[in-house]
Ligand binder design. Structure first.
Ligand SMILES: *[C@@H]1O[C@H](CO)[C@@H](O)[C@H](O)[C@H]1NC(C)=O
Ligand SMILES: *[C@@H]1O[C@H](CO)[C@@H](O)[C@H](O)[C@H]1NC(C)=O
Ligand SMILES: *[C@@H]1O[C@H](CO)[C@@H](O)[C@H](O)[C@H]1NC(C)=O
Ligand SMILES: *[C@@H]1O[C@H](CO)[C@@H](O)[C@H](O)[C@H]1NC(C)=O
Length: 427
């Protein structure tokens, strides 16, 4: 279907004949397919009509633009010469002169279809910020902790022999267990006279994510209907790979205070590697699959380096400046969305004759945006149009030159097409 100019939405400002043709195409799908195949063939072999030389002033205008470009090019060449002379004078400073040439290395750019497209990482507790080297790893508290396996610390235990963590010689990092199973500190106020003590200590501000590294958190003890009557010294906490945490406990302010273990977090110990333990209310916890996040870099900017006249079903932009991700195909002139997401496109022309010039952006064979210009007599205008949309993976996007004349030279960059993936989104 690609390259089809059929399947078009109805539009104003269109000749009646053309409208008729369109509706015919829409109604008869079989014909549409034939049309598509036909037009795909014609695209490749279109030729430009000869330009009428009636608009002399316009020619002069474009000639002036061209002259300006040429003089800029000349200036650039002079600068390059100067730079080369400079780097020759300083052979030890610059091994390789800085390339000031504006001509792009098209050979290397156009063969960029095998670029690394995107990488997948786990959302949430991603890899970010955990790039410690080997020496840091050997000191990583996630691997060097003391297991604190004391069932009485659980939130569903009452006070029997009130424990006081002030009497403990705390040293280094600890990981909490309940009957041998991993457990976490409560992130909410805990009822007094529980956790085997009088004023149970809970973690204020919740647990960190892996990417946060070691964080400092306040610790509060609940007493006399005040969740933070005891403001115990802060402790350090670190999230570890495998859904557990380590704590650097210190002596609490008073007796009888003890660090608590939230029995509701026992479920977190059962989370798979691809899951994270989540809680909205800090009461119920559950394992949730990590969202896959795609980091995609899709950007392209291409130009057509010559005049275009009349109807061209698909502009074969062949000068490629940027094709990050290789989603634009120079052979077909089609951009194909490699992932679902929000995309922004732009396309432009510079009119090259009096009358109407229309370029259309075509998304999945629907004409969605026009770059329309209507100039009288001896003027020339540039017109840039933009379009932003959410596309499904595989959607095709290209530009049609529906009518009129567009002016461009190999260096004018007046007939351009470009776009970027702004955000990856599942649809
Ligand atoms: C242009 O690309 C070719 C082929 O990749 C490479 O050998 C050459 O060094 C490039 N030239 C410049 C100026 O980058
Ligand atoms: C606390 O909860 C655990 C897990 O639900 C349970 O096995 C245990 O018996 C409870 N302990 C008390 C003292 O209720
Ligand atoms: C392109 O169009 C301009 C303006 O009509 C004209 O001056 C120029 O000669 C044309 N270039 C080519 C290569 O046809
Ligand atoms: C540029 O395009 C817009 C949108 O199609 C159109 O409304 C406007 O008239 C055009 N500008 C000129 C100078 O033709």
């Amino acid at each position: 279907m690609e390259g089809s100019s059929g399947g078009v939405v109805g539009l104003s400002n269109r000749s009646a004949l053309f409208e008729k043709m369109l509706s015919l195409c829409v109604q008869v799908f079989a014909i549409l397919v034939v049309c598509a195949a036909d037009s795909a063939h014609r695209d490749i072999s279109y030729t430009f009509k000869a330009w009428n030389m009636v608009d002399q002033p316009l020619q002069e205008q474009l000639a002036a633009v061209y002259k300006e470009m040429e003089s800029l090019k000349h200036e650039q060449a002079v600068m390059k010469q100067k730079q080369e002379a400079f780097s020759q004078a300083l052979p030890y400073c610059s091994q390789k002169p800085i390339d000031t040439d504006v001509e792009m290395n098209l050979t290397s750019l156009q063969t960029g279809s095998s670029h690394l497209l995107y990488t997948l990482t786990q959302d949430g507790d991603g890899d970010e910020g955990s790039g410690e080297d080997d020496s840091a790893e050997s000191l990583d508290p996630c691997n060097h902790y003391t297991a604190l396996n004391q069932d009485w610390r659980a939130t569903n235990y009452t006070t029997k022999n009130a424990a006081c963590d002030r009497n403990v010689q705390w040293k280094g990092w600890y990981r909490l267990f309940y009957r041998g199973k991993p457990i976490q500190m409560p992130e909410r106020c805990v009822k007094k006279e529980s956790c085997g003590t009088h004023a149970p200590l809970w973690l204020v501000g919740g647990h960190p994510r892996i990417r946060d590294g070691v964080v400092t958190r306040k610790v509060c003890g609940n007493w006399r209907n005040n969740c933070c009557l005891f403001k115990s010294p802060p402790i350090q906490v670190k999230a570890c790979r495998g859904n557990y945490y380590v704590y650097k406990f210190v002596k609490p302010v008073a007796c009888h205070l003890a660090y608590c273990a939230d029995i509701n977090t026992l479920v977190c110990g059962k989370c798979k590697k691809s899951e994270s333990c989540m809680s909205r209310d800090q009461i119920t916890y559950m394992c949730k699959k990590n969202k896959m996040r795609v980091k995609a870099n899709i950007h392209f900017f291409v130009t057509y380096p010559a005049n275009i006249s009349g109807k061209v079903n698909r502009i074969m932009y062949r000068k490629v400046y940027v094709n990050q991700g290789g989603a634009f195909n120079t052979r077909t002139g089609i951009f194909r969305a490699p992932v679902s997401g929000v995309y922004q496109f732009f396309f432009s022309t510079q009119t090259g004759g009096s009358g109407t010039t229309d370029l259309w952006l075509v998304v999945n064979n629907y004409w969605v945006a026009v770059s329309h210009s209507n100039v009288q007599g001896s003027s020339s205008v540039g017109n840039l149009s933009t379009y932003m949309t959410t596309l499904r993976k595989g959607t095709t996007v290209y530009v049609t030159h529906n009518r009129g004349r567009s002016w461009a030279t190999s260096a004018s960059n007046t007939i351009v097409f470009g776009g970027s993936l702004l955000m990856v989104r599942k649809i």
